[in-house]
Design a protein around this ligand. Structure first.
Ligand code: GAL
Length: 854
């Protein structure tokens, strides 16, 4: 008996192993002209970009779960070479925010797939496009072309990443989550410019990638010439005109831009969700089968990771999950509904090609109907101005402007891209109980700069990056001039003008230790010219120019060769100079990398000695530029995301317990924040917000960086500001809004006729819900009738049911969520017969613990 049980066990174990092998062998990802196939099944896949270093590891699981609940199947991330191999070849870092394997395993645990865009060029508004700065100084290198040193380094990093993923069993071919990988990024335009070298490089990159043997397909985005078997894919605001370069490849959208990034001094760009949903629906009905939202969660450019230059620390991107990882409504909810509706059509979509019929000048029907009886229809109205009533399959449908209606059974509309049924949430930054007491300061004091000590000297102006090698944002350029006592400007003549030409990105000018001026560029015009009268005295005068890098470029032809810093000329001009204009560019310049405070490690919890800091009162009064400030604070209770309100400050950097939150700059947003209409082609300038306010006022403080008490906050302020105005705030929902139209009586009658009395007619409802821990404390606005405006600015229209407030208050106050039916009967009586009405509500959310009755 025992022998037989042993042998049974052995047979069972063998059987299990066999199943595993079969599973492994069969668990493959392939593709055909219709879609990506996973285990032989064509799939319509929704994907979302979440870049692991743009949040903290304790946020990852929540972000990925929220993505899953939003109907996302795949998480996409770039791999950021310069955080993994930052300072020299072979010195790798995969810790903390850079723990790529952990990120992949969280995706796997959530039951989602991954798209790993290795690049290693990533663009992404990331410092230097993801390349480590040391790479620029590899002898003979030229980036992203048929260049041996570059190809060697690129292959080395790609092998490193693929090797890591393989050894952890993370490719789908091994039972892991990775179903796709990307090599290079948007190489098409560069390839064309470079001609043969570009083509050779593309072919080499494709071959190199394939030879890695990952068992899953590779893509190249925006690269028409992507060689087989790589799939070329589309990036953009719309991709419905895109077709892959071979008829046997699927139609993939690797970057559906959910919003846009911001730069210091620019406005916030938002993309209306109705337009994004319209673009996605259009792509799907034209045969697209994979859509990746870039970004699904944008997050934060911590430390010095923001590129551009001038890209803000916030990389919020108007994504469905906001910078802090909170759900952005209605964007998140509306896309979730879209995904649900499209998934209802999946079988029909992947099995057949559509029959397209015209329904009007700008209206079309795409019908996917299969022999096995599936039928899905998409009715589109491309007109950006008017809604239309069309006839389809002997039935009437109304299509709002610039919209697609989805009919998974070719009869009932389950979703229209322009009709937002989900609530809108208004977010707010609330004060916390945390106070920042007793600021202390440390003065960089340019007058004490040492131009003889541990510095570099040259008879020329040097490129900043070449000197700093990115060890600091800052480089001092120092020189002296000897002014003869007979110079006429010393005796009432015209003061000389100093002209400093810099290739970027900002410069502070000090003459004899006194601030003389500040100049900065923009993302488009990095080059700057400082021009200012200078106060010189007889004898030796010290000119000290502090050049500041505000993120290295991440895109542009051979951007690695662009220079940063003061390359001159630096000159003095004016009639008051006896020998005429004076070019200082070729005299002796002394360089000092970084700030004194950096060398002293002022930002680090172990790096400073108490004696170096002064009590703040004196400095605050002086409102001194180039000043370090420090304080300690206790972590506020709760789990809402936290931010520092920097409105009272100018420009600089922030560290918490030694970790850099990033650059701050409260520069005001210049833009045109006029009305934004969802209908019509979207481009970032179309929908601008925040004009006349600081582009970025709040700076994310990850909860996981805090301990319960005695957190060290260090700020380096370049321009001067009042640190006593800095406060720690928490982000939460302040109010929620919902809008819903009643159903036209004809549609109701049709529904009852078609489905008989037994089929219940479901009238539309508004659903309101606050965040966990909150309840509805007040109905700020309610109108059943013809209300006007949008969430936060509703107004009553000419028709208004007098019972609107009473009904909403009764159903919602004191509850975390509520539902209200949008029918005449629910509001007592029809306030304006024969007029189509809607219900608009704004409800205030407050913490449950507070006494909401006041
Ligand atoms: C794309 C690029 C992305 C990102 C995006 C703009 O062209 O591939 O990495 O830079 O533009 O946010």
């Amino acid at each position: 008996m025992e022998t037989s049980s042993v042998s049974n066990k052995a047979v069972f174990a063998f059987y299990l192993a066999l199943c595993l092998v079969i599973h492994l062998v069969h668990s493959t990802v392939t593709y055909d002209r219709k879609a990506i196939l996973i285990n032989g099944q064509r799939r319509i896949l929704f994907s979302g970009s979440i870049h692991y270093p743009r949040s903290t590891p304790d946020m990852w699981e929540d972000l990925i779960q929220k993505a899953k609940q939003g109907g996302i199947d795949v998480i996409e991330t770039y791999v950021f070479w310069n955080v993994h191999e930052p300072s020299s070849p072979g010195n790798y870092n995969f810790e903390g925010r850079y723990d790529l394997v952990r990120f992949m395993k969280i995706i796997q645990k959530a039951g989602l797939y991954a798209h790993l865009r290795i690049g290693p060029y990533v663009c992404a508004e990331w410092n230097f496009g993801g390349f480590p700065v040391w790479l620029k100084y590899v002898p003979g290198i030229s980036f992203r072309t048929d260049n041996e040193p570059f190809k060697r380094a690129m292959q080395g990093f790609t092998e490193k990443i693929v090797g890591m993923m393989k050894s952890e069993g993370l490719f789908e071919s091994q039972g892991g989550p990775i179903i796709l990988s990307q090599i290079e990024n948007e190489y098409g335009a560069q390839s064309k410019l470079l001609g043969e070298a570009g083509r050779n490089y593309v072919n080499w990159a494709a071959k190199m990638a394939i030879e890695m043997g990952t068992g899953v397909p590779w893509v190249m985005c925006k690269e028409e010439d992507a060689p087989d078997p790589l799939i070329n894919t589309c990036n953009g605001f719309y991709c419905d005109k895109f077709t892959p370069n071979r008829p046997y490849k699927p139609t993939i959208w690797t970057e559906a831009w959910s919003g846009w990034f911001t730069e210091f001094g620019g406005p916030i760009h938002q993309r209306p969700v109705q337009d994004l949903a319209f673009a996605v629906a259009r792509f799907i009905i034209r045969g697209g089968s994979f859509v990746n939202y870039y970004m699904y969660h944008g997050g934060t450019n911590f430390g010095r990771t923001a590129g551009g230059p001038f890209v803000t620390t916030s990389y919020d991107y108007d994504a469905p999950l906001d910078e802090y990882g909170l759900i952005r409504q209605p964007k998140y909810g509306h896309l979730k509904e879209l995904h649900k509706a499209i998934k209802m059509c999946e079988r029909a979509l992947v099995s057949t090609d559509p029959i397209v019929t015209s329904l009007g000048a700008s209206q079309q029907a795409h019908v996917y109907s299969t022999e096995s009886g599936d039928c899905a229809a998409f009715l589109s109205n491309y007109d950006s101005k008017s809604s239309v009533r069309i006839m389809f399959n002997n039935m009437h449908y109304t299509l709002p402007p610039w919209s697609v209606s989805i009919l998974p059974d070719c009869r009932n509309v389950v979703f229209n891209t322009a009709k937002v049924g989900v609530q809108t949430s208004q977010m707010q930054m609330l004060p916390t109980s945390t106070h920042m007491f007793s600021w202390e300061s440390f003065d960089e004091d340019p007058s004490s700069l040492d131009d003889s000590g541990s510095t570099i000297t040259a008879l020329a102006l040097l490129d900043q990056l070449n000197v700093t090698r990115e060890s600091s944002h800052y480089l001092w350029y120092m020189t002296s001039i000897d002014i003869g006592s007979s110079e006429s400007f010393l005796h009432g003549g015209e003061l000389p003008t100093l002209i400093v030409r810099s290739t970027g990105h900002a410069v502070h000018v000090f003459i004899n230790g006194q601030l003389s001026g500040f100049e900065y560029g923009t993302r488009e015009y990095r080059r700057i010219t400082y021009t200012g009268k200078v106060n010189l005295r007889a004898g030796i005068n010290k000119i000290a120019l502090l050049s500041v890098a505000i993120g290295l470029p991440n895109v542009g032809e051979h951007y690695e060769s662009w220079s940063t810093g003061i390359l001159g000329p630096v000159s003095l001009h004016g009639h008051g100079l006896d020998k005429g204009n004076w070019d200082l560019s070729w005299q002796k310049w002394t360089y000092q990398v970084g700030l004194k405070g950096e060398a002293m490690n002022l930002a680090s919890p172990n790096g400073f000695s108490a004696g170096q800091w002064m009590q703040s009162a004196i400095v605050v009064q002086r409102n001194q530029p180039l000043t370090w400030h420090k304080t300690f604070f206790d972590a506020p209770e709760g789990d809402e995301p936290l931010a520092l309100d920097m409105a009272g400050m100018g420009k600089g950097q922030i560290w918490i317990n030694g970790q850099s939150i990033g650059r701050y700059w409260t520069k005001y947003a210049n833009g045109n924040c006029s009305f934004c209409n969802y209908a019509g082609s979207f481009k970032p300038p179309k929908c601008q917000f925040g004009c006349g306010e600081p582009t970025q006022r709040w700076y994310h403080v990850p909860r996981s960086w805090l301990k319960p008490s005695q957190n060290l906050l260090v700020i380096f302020e370049e321009l001067g500001g009042d640190p006593s105005r800095i406060s720690l705030v928490k982000r939460s929902v302040s109010s929620v809004c919902a809008d819903m139209s009643e159903v036209h009586p004809n549609i109701k009658n049709w529904h009852i006729e078609s489905f008989g009395k037994s089929e219940e007619f479901h009238p539309p409802k508004v659903h309101l819900h606050c965040n966990p821990g909150q309840t509805i404390s007040n109905i700020k606005f309610a109108s059943f009738g013809t209300p006007l405006g949008t969430c936060g600015n509703y107004e009553q229209g000419s028709c208004h049911s007098p019972s609107s407030y009473a009904i909403l208050e009764k159903k919602c106050i004191g509850k975390p969520r509520c539902t209200v039916t949008v029918t005449n009967s629910n509001f007592g009586q029809d306030p304006c017969p024969k007029v189509m009405k809607r219900l608009s509500v704004e409800a205030v959310c407050s913490p449950t613990a507070t006494n909401w009755r006041g």
